[in-house]
Design a protein around this ligand. Structure first.
Ligand SMILES: Cc1cc2nc3c(=O)[nH]c(=O)nc-3n(C[C@H](O)[C@H](O)[C@H](O)COP(=O)(O)O)c2cc1C
Length: 328
């Protein structure tokens, strides 16, 4: 079923609305992905939130039990000291019959052949025009482009979406999803006006009824404003936008003072960040959130949220932006 805003993205990926829920560590579980997809968007399970490829296969099955709509899986490929078994996660995705994958973190090329051979369509998420062009060249089906506003890794160029998205859409031929800082219908219309074929959101979906995180975190996002984030790891050229809290401020101070990764490793441990989401202790560790929290005032269901975003976008296009012919 097509929605009121049909784009190259909705047509190519068979979804009703041009709205994607990007991969989110500890947040992108079956209940959220299913709720987004059932509401007409494209939900995404986050592969590495599952401790093993076998658990990922079970999570995909669980999601199938919750929605009959298409959903995808995010595979974040980051260079780490002890990398997870990416090939096995990729195998689990293919064997589970998932046909849409969001890759992120590094060049998707090593994974393309196998995904392609099994009919999987790839949305590659990146943070620069040059990386988007490279992804297009190696054959991805669409790109998500994260501007400097985004939660998680905005890259090192510091180019906000208002420039990055039109700079990218001017040069790419494949569908583009604008990402970073989007939370409502105004943002969706802006993204379409900048040449994008839809939007990708993280922070906004984190703050929904179906998002499987502690209520205290959702209320912190509602209470927070656009200044409430911190950029960590700048000196390591691995910048991450996270919530401003006691831990992130300590990390910034240590690295600014000449510290190196081992000096902050214990502070930024993933297990501590996970506790924020599970226990609602906002200072337990590092947790990702974007500037878009300044645009978030409530905790709707995903269906309410998508209806509202699309309804607002249509209203803006049809009423507020309509050219008026002067009557003599
Ligand atoms: C809590 C959280 C965890 C995230 N984890 C990942 C991840 O594991 N992999 C990834 O590719 N992107 C991750 N992201 C980034 C989102 O997929 C998305 O690109 C980003 O949130 C867009 O910016 P926005 O938050 O302003 O909407 C995460 C975002 C959040 C809020």
């Amino acid at each position: 079923m097509t929605g009121p805003l049909t784009t190259r993205f909705t047509e190519a990926f068979g979804v009703r609305h041009p709205i994607v829920q990007g991969g989110m560590q500890w947040v992108g579980r079956a209940e959220l992905a299913a709720a987004v997809s059932s509401a007409g968007g494209l939900g995404m399970i986050t592969a590495l939130t599952q401790p093993t490829p076998k658990d990922l296969a079970a999570e995909i099955e669980r999601c199938r039990g919750l929605t009959d709509q298409p959903f995808g899986v995010n595979l974040t490929i980051l260079p780490t000291i002890t990398p997870p078994p990416y090939d096995e996660y990729r195998r689990a995705i293919i064997d589970s019959g998932v046909t849409i994958v969001e890759t992120a973190g590094s060049n998707p090329e090593p994974h393309m052949g196998m995904f392609r051979d099994h009919g999987v369509r790839i949305i590659h998420k990146c943070t620069s025009v040059r990386h988007a062009l490279k992804a297009e060249k190696v054959g991805v089906d669409a790109v998500s482009i994260d501007g400097f506003e985004c939660a998680g890794h905005p890259g090192e160029d510091d180019i906000p979406g208002l420039v990055l998205i039109p700079a990218a859409t001017a040069r790419l031929s494949i569908p583009v999803l604008a990402s970073g800082g989007f939370a409502d219908g105004r943002g969706l219309v802006a993204a379409l006006a900048l040449g994008a074929d839809g939007i990708n959101m993280g922070t906004r979906f984190m703050c929904t009824a179906e998002s499987p995180i502690h209520e205290t975190v959702k209320q912190a996002i509602v209470a927070g404003d656009e200044r409430g984030t911190e950029l960590i790891f700048r000196q390591l050229r691995n910048t991450a936008r996270v919530a401003g809290n006691a831990v992130s401020r300590e990390v910034v101070e240590i690295l600014r003072g000449g510290g190196t990764f081992p000096d902050v490793a214990q502070l930024v441990a993933g297990a501590r960040g996970r506790r924020v989401f599970e226990d609602g202790d906002l200072d337990a560790g590092i947790w990702s959130v974007g500037m878009a929290q300044g645009l978030i005032d409530d905790v709707p269901t995903c269906a309410e949220l998508l209806d509202r975003i699309v309804g607002e976008a249509v209203d803006i296009i049809e009423n507020r932006l309509r050219t008026r012919t002067a009557v003599a």
